[in-house]
Design a protein around this ligand. Structure first.
Ligand code: DAK
Length: 258
């Protein structure tokens, strides 16, 4: 498929989606979101893709949903069409591991898409914020929910109620991002981390991701039980046997993804 708002590549088992709408700081117009959904669907179906990196430009990961596209919509319209909801959820529904590599602005829907990824690696230039309040609205794709779970109530309230941004170091301290690197090392580091994940047994990666995500949806006891049973279930995999045998034999495991 020919894309107009994103660039899609595959490198050594890693699928890379680069948001590419520079004239609008990668504002997430409906066409861009639909293209991103299509690229993710294709990567999900492609056995050669073992980890996905989502990134933007040096200046912006994404400056939010496209305000110019939204501004004339009315309540009945957004309610009736369930305004751009399905495509937005593609990132959070992806079963393969996803890394957001963020430089520059990650605002509003841009911050929300980054938070839908399994982890965020930030350049030291990254700025995160939920400025919707300054537009007379509120976050619409998890900003009040995922952000609060990531950084706690006080900082989430501060970001959502003032619309101010935080820098990469503050995001790191707050637990929003996994690590911060110099801007010119962002993609190298994101690809290094993606390669590590791509080199693991894929069914184990899948259930590990499901177990971590379960922490957001359940009680501690329920989550620990889910984890325990999933841990037990890995004993049905050839790769669990191989991983432990390889350790005992002081060699590298050879995963079969089964
Ligand atoms: N939408 C449309 N165009 C945008 C944009 C945006 N979000 N952000 C920037 N642009 C455009 C600017 O209009 C400008 O275009 P021209 O005037 O050159 O034509 C160009 O990008 C460059 O921007 P600036 O000239 O403003 O650049 P600066 O460096 O001066 O400022 C900035 C950068 C990021 C601080 C500023 O552009 C800004 O404040 N942008 C808006 C940020 C914002 O408010 N973001 C939140 C948008 S609301 C939902 C899912 C998600 C959402 C809602 C519902 N559902 C699933 C239901 C999400 C909502 C949002 O994200």
């Amino acid at each position: 498929m020919a894309y107009e708002n994103i660039i899609v590549e595959k490198r050594n088992g890693i699928g890379i989606i680069t948001l590419d709408r520079p004239k609008a700081l990668n504002a997430l117009c409906a066409a861009l979101i639909a293209e991103m959904e299509q690229a993710l669907t294709d990567f999900e179906a492609d056995d050669a893709v073992r980890c996905i990196v989502l990134t933007g430009s040096e200046r912006a990961f994404a400056a939010g949903a496209d305000i110019k596209e939204m501004k004339d919509k009315d309540y009945a319209e957004v309610l009736n069409e369930d305004f751009i909801t399905g495509d937005w959820e593609a990132v959070s529904h992806c079963r393969k591991p996803t890394i957001a590599a963020v430089a520059g602005f990650a605002l509003g829907g841009g911050c929300e898409v980054a938070m839908m990824c399994d982890m965020i690696i930030a350049a030291d230039t990254a700025k995160f914020g939920q400025p919707e309040i300054k537009l007379g609205t509120i976050p619409g794709s998890g900003g009040t929910q995922r952000l609060t779970r990531a950084v706690g109530k006080s900082l989430a309230m501060y970001l959502c109620l003032t619309g101010e941004m935080i820098d990469a170091e503050t995001a790191l301290t707050a637990g929003l991002v996994a690590k911060v690197v110099p801007a010119d090392e962002l993609m190298n580091e994101a690809l290094r981390v993606a390669s590590l994940i791509a080199g693991m047994s894929q069914p184990v990666v899948k259930v590990c991701k499901e177990a971590v995500n379960r922490a957001y949806e359940t009680t501690l006891a329920g989550g620990v039980l889910f984890e325990r049973r999933t841990f037990h279930a890995t004993f049905a995999l050839d790769d669990r046997k191989e991983g432990m045998a390889a350790f005992a034999e002081k060699r590298k495991p050879e995963w079969r993804d089964r």
